[in-house]
Design a protein around this ligand. Sequence first.
Ligand code: PLP
Length: 220
Amino acid sequence: MTSIKENILAIKKDLPENVKLIAVSKKQNNNKILEAYGEGHRRFGENYVQELVSKSQELPSDIEWHMIGHLQTNKVKYIAPFVSLIHSVDSFKLLKEINKQAGKNQKIINCLLQVHIAEEETKSGLSEKGLFELLNNPHLKELENIRILGLMGMSTFTDDQNIVSEEFNSLKGIFERAKQEFKDYNLEELSMGMSGDFKLAIEKGSTMVRVGSSIFGARS
Ligand SMILES: *Cc1c(COP(=O)(O)O)cnc(C)c1O
């Protein structure tokens, strides 16, 4: 078995310069996170608010925490003080709440809009139409404490690389159309790719890969 250190180094070695690695540490213990931290890694992603809050309190303060899981409006307040980027924003209502909590903390919170590209109904995210409606919302510009950096998407859980490839192409297309139509927003980041498909995602234009099990091993 390879170590966390070896896994991180192997992934980073092949990562293009413009692609950031988010080490997904959900359901992994603090010692494992500290092992990656000891290697100089600072970007970690979590799915659950309570777990994210505890880890942020227990672990070094220079860690850059990414919220990648589904986020309920009433829980934004717990992560607002320290979160670096929220990948999973899927409604205007949630954006409004993030803006409000960011204001209370006198900061700007970076967000990605999650787009639904997978076949599974269970995966959350906006449709392309919903995304464009949100970006066209005249009240969006009033939210001065959020910054929309780009889009996030999750592919279907399948071994069929053709399906995944098509989904990544689809998201990249949506990303390019959104960039073109909403130049004011400077959309730059495309968060796509996980352990099983991050290399393909990078080929398809990803700028942020969210890799968990390939770094830390299976989750408990
Ligand atoms: C768990 C999770 C990941 C990482 O999954 P792995 O297959 O372990 O790399 C990435 N993105 C999201 C949104 C996740 O929930």
